[in-house]
Ligand binder design. Structure first.
Ligand code: LLP
Length: 419
């Protein structure tokens, strides 16, 4: 019986199957949401993001007085998300002038913004300095040269130096960023000269060191190894250990808890560097991934050698299966269960446009609403208009109320830049 099914932890906190066996998120019936807002649509449970934000802060506060949780906003760059997290006391990192503009529009205090990038344009850096960002994460020598040129006389910009510790966690190679041959940061052999140069500069204050070794990390041991690699570079008042905590995409995924991840990082700084250092963390995915489900409508069901359930979205709203072989769960929103082995495929003109391979759905048919959970991180962020797709709306749900925070794209939007 559908209503007797338990929802797995990949769904937003507070989700349930209601008495009619329909998925409810944030107190809203997803069938009603699909009718009201159309499909595809990103449905985000506000309370889920708030709960994870509070869990991060509580986990830090239980271990240290001196910490900062920073949202890696590339995971979900939308003003409503910046605003919500800032209300919870969480600033952000931005990796471009565009993300900086979104963060400012979302009301984030510039002092709580950390400006990143491995290829910062002079104009972006000038924008960041003029906006008054809290710190700039220096990735390479040219960043220092530009800062010396751009920081006004008499002012000093706080910086962190991004170091590549030469450590590769177990994750997809495309999202492993701290190994021995990476495009990010100073490698260990070049770091001492960069630190010396920065410390001698009148334009900057060195706040500390930064590393980010990768994303969707399920084994937290490498954070410690990475920190150990930095010990020869000196002693700094603050360490930014990046983000990376993995999340559950499928029911059987078992990522480390926020508490264990935070404890591992804080304890590592305490034990390897010493007590009294400020610890900064930049979670992206772990704050937002599981807050969101995507709703699609089935357009056709084709029985070939395999069964293909084609929906009205695809690689335009979720690139992750194509880029990283990412696996997701899927269900019919009002008939949870299984029985039909199939592939949930997108509407795009590529055979690789498969959202969920080997899904197990209850007799899927045209017109059904399909739900894929855990799409809050890097879904909206990497959405695109391939094949003239109209990027989906983002709908916040809470206590039975739904509000659109990003509207669906229109045909006019597709032509808005044409001159
Ligand atoms: N800090 C820095 C400097 C980063 O580059 C990133 C992610 C993060 C923090 C946040 O990492 P997280 O906590 O989300 O793992 N598009 C890929 C993920 C790319 C991550 C890029 N950097 C995906 O969909 O899996």
């Amino acid at each position: 019986m559908a209503a007797a099914q338990q929802l797995s932890h990949v769904y937003p906190l507070g989700s349930r199957l209601n008495d009619s066996g329909r998925l409810e998120v944030g107190g809203c019936d997803t069938m009603e949401l699909a009718r009201e807002f159309g499909t595809p649509a990103f449905i985000v449970a506000e309370d889920d993001i708030r709960a994870r934000a509070r869990a991060f802060i509580a986990a830090f506060a239980a271990r240290t007085d001196d910490f900062e949780v920073v949202f890696a906003s590339k995971a979900f760059p939308c003003t409503a998300v910046y605003r919500l997290l800032f209300e919870e006391g969480i600033g952000c990192d931005v990796a471009s002038g565009g993300e900086l503009a979104l963060a400012l529009a979302g009301g984030v205090d510039p002092a709580c913004i950390h400006f990143h990038g491995n290829a910062k344009h002079r104009d972006e850096l000038a924008f960041a300095i003029a906006a008054g960002v809290g710190d700039v994460i220096v990735d390479n020598m040219r960043d220092l040269v530009l800062l010396e040129d751009l920081v006004p006389e008499g002012r000093r910009q706080r910086i962190f130096l991004r170091i590549a510790p030469g450590v590769s966690p177990e994750t997809h190679p495309a999202i492993s960023t701290g190994g021995p041959n990476t495009k990010f940061g100073f490698d260990l052999s070049h770091a001492p000269a960069a630190i010396e140069r920065a410390q001698a500069s009148d334009a900057v204050d060195v706040g500390g060191l930064h590393f980010h070794i990768g994303s969707q990390i399920m084994d937290i041991a490498p954070f410690r190894t990475a920190l150990e690699a930095l010990t020869g570079l000196g002693d700094f008042p603050a360490y930014n250990l990046g983000g990376g905590l993995g999340v559950a995409y499928r029911a059987h995924d078992d990522p480390p808890s926020i508490e264990d991840y935070v404890a591992a990082k804080v304890d590592a700084v305490d034990e390897i560097i010493g007590p009294g250092r400020r610890v900064i963390d930049e979670p992206g995915r772990a704050l937002v991934a599981n807050s969101c489900v995507t709703l699609y409508e089935v357009q056709s069901v084709k029985r070939n050698v395999d069964t293909y359930v084609a929906v009205d979205g695809g690689m335009s709203d979720n690139l992750r299966p194509m880029l990283y072989d990412a696996r997701y769960d899927a269900q019919v929103a009002d008939r949870f269960g299984g029985g039909t082995r199939c592939h949930v495929v997108g509407k795009h003109c590529e055979s690789g446009d498969i959202l969920v391979r080997d899904a197990d759905l209850d007799d899927p048919r045209a017109g059904d609403i399909i739900v894929t959970p855990a799409t809050g991180a890097y879904g909206h962020a990497m959405a695109n208009t391939y094949n003239g797709a109209l990027r989906p709306p983002v709908v916040f749900v809470k206590d039975g109320d739904a509000r659109v925070v990003v509207r669906r794209e229109t045909h006019e939007d597709l032509m808005a830049r044409d001159v």
